[in-house]
Design a protein around this ligand. Structure first.
Ligand code: ACO
Length: 377
């Protein structure tokens, strides 16, 4: 009889990888990305700097970033057949499902699919970082029977993404805030989607497969899907008083409140949320209407008082995207798009130093004894 191994529901507290990519330092309250504090990076660097940091192991100098921007522009376009394929998806296809289908289909365009080298994977990673915003925006538009908006190479990476999502060129403040949200979403240690990608990659499966699985993981509202759920909740309430009532009713019914809580920092505010809270304040001040900001603050107070639980990034990213005029169903795909680089870095690391993920179970089902004499079960 084998000894019963200890079972950790939800793998809570279990270390599943050695990594040089990132780490949530709960003691020093830092999200460490390649040695840097993510919050400091988000205050001073752009999304593409973080792409360089994650894929090239260092922050870029001016020549390197210029080169990377030029190369990425060449990756914005997606195969024409993908745009056609989206036309055949039913109108109620969720954008995360459109995105999942699109990323999965890209595998067929890779003539070197079996190659797992660092060079081949990095090339794919840059292609995906260039193409995913286009897939996000235009799978949604085409499924909604809208004309696709083709990428504009004259715009920055984030401005072009914003343009394809909304049909308008952002102001410099909107571009800065949107870019900052991408930095904040870019990488975050070992959430469910990253673990999913690494589990898939550990079978020596390819980057597209690993990312396709990660999209499905990120769609759930206990993970990335929370950002759009937050916005539906805020809109359903519409005022501070009604939001307070709604939260109290949900808590009374023991429902989870979307945008609150986190496996790693449950009893502290997610440091990323604070930057998006400041951005929301800025956007509300410009609009001259701070209703959303006040609603969010009221929600924070209730959750602190009733549960001792604090906002995560999704709680403040959602109203920020709303103020930027982005359609709600695109919030989770934007999260995924920003996370593409982090996921690619993890798959590359997994392929470079692989051991197949194959855990065990604690079996609590029945056992039926085979009767050797009668030959019957
Ligand atoms: N609302 C109400 N209560 C909550 C919430 C919440 N959002 N989150 C946790 N709790 C409570 C639970 O009810 C539980 O209370 P109990 O011990 O009295 O039963 C306790 O806190 C522990 O909760 P678990 O669900 O066991 O914690 P876990 O680590 O598994 O969950 C999770 C983390 C899934 C993020 C959870 O906090 C949650 O469901 N939050 C809402 C969804 C969400 O915002 N997801 C986004 C995550 S961050 C990201 O992806 C960027």
């Amino acid at each position: 009889m084998e000894a019963k191994e200890k079972f950790y529901p939800g793998l809570d507290g279990v270390v599943v990888a050695e990594t040089k990519i990132s780490f949530l330092d709960t003691v020093q309250s830092e999200i460490v990305i390649k040695g840097y504090d993510l919050i400091k990076l988000a205050e001073s660097k752009e999304y593409l700097d973080i792409v360089h940091l994650l894929l090239e192991e260092k922050l870029p100098n001016s020549i390197e970033i210029a080169e990377m921007k030029k190369n990425l522009k060449g990756e914005y376009v997606i195969p024409e057949e993908l745009l056609d394929m989206f036309k055949h998806l039913p109108e109620n296809t969720h954008p995360m499902d459109g995105l999942r289908t699109g990323i999965s289909a890209l595998a067929g365009y890779d003539n070197n699919l079996d190659e797992r080298s660092l060079t081949a994977n990095k090339k794919r990673a840059y292609q995906l970082i260039g193409r995913v915003p286009n897939i996000v925006a235009n799978s949604y538009r085409i499924i909604q029977k809208l004309e696709p908006i083709l990428p504009d190479e004259n715009l920055s990476y984030s401005a072009n993404f914003f343009y394809m999502l909304t049909g308008r060129i952002p102001t410099s403040l909107e571009e800065k805030i949107f870019d900052q949200s991408l930095v904040l979403y870019s990488e975050h240690e070992m959430p469910n989607s990253t673990f999913t990608a690494r589990v898939i990659a550990s079978t020596q499966s390819d980057l597209y497969g690993a990312l396709t699985g990660a999209v499905a993981s990120l769609k759930g509202n206990l993970h990335g899907g929370a950002n759009e759920a937050v916005m539906y909740m805020l809109n359903e309430a519409g005022s501070v008083e009604k939001f307070e009532e709604l939260l109290e009713t949900k808590l009374f019914k023991k429902e989870k409140i979307m945008g609150f809580g986190h496996r790693v920092y449950m009893k502290k505010m997610d440091p990323r949320a604070l930057l998006m809270k400041e951005a929301l304040k800025e956007l509300c001040d410009i609009k001259g209407d701070d209703t959303l900001y006040k609603m969010c603050e009221a929600g924070e107070r209730i959750m602190e008082r009733e549960k001792g639980i604090y906002p995560n990034l999704d709680y403040y990213a959602a109203p920020v995207y709303w103020m930027l005029g982005i359609p709600i169903p695109l919030y989770t795909p934007i999260f995924f798009s920003a996370r593409t680089v982090g996921l690619c870095a993890h798959v590359i690391e997994q392929h470079a130093n692989n051991r197949l993920f194959r855990p065990r179970v604690s079996y609590i089902g029945e056992r039926h004894v085979f009767n050797k004499t009668t030959g019957q079960l």
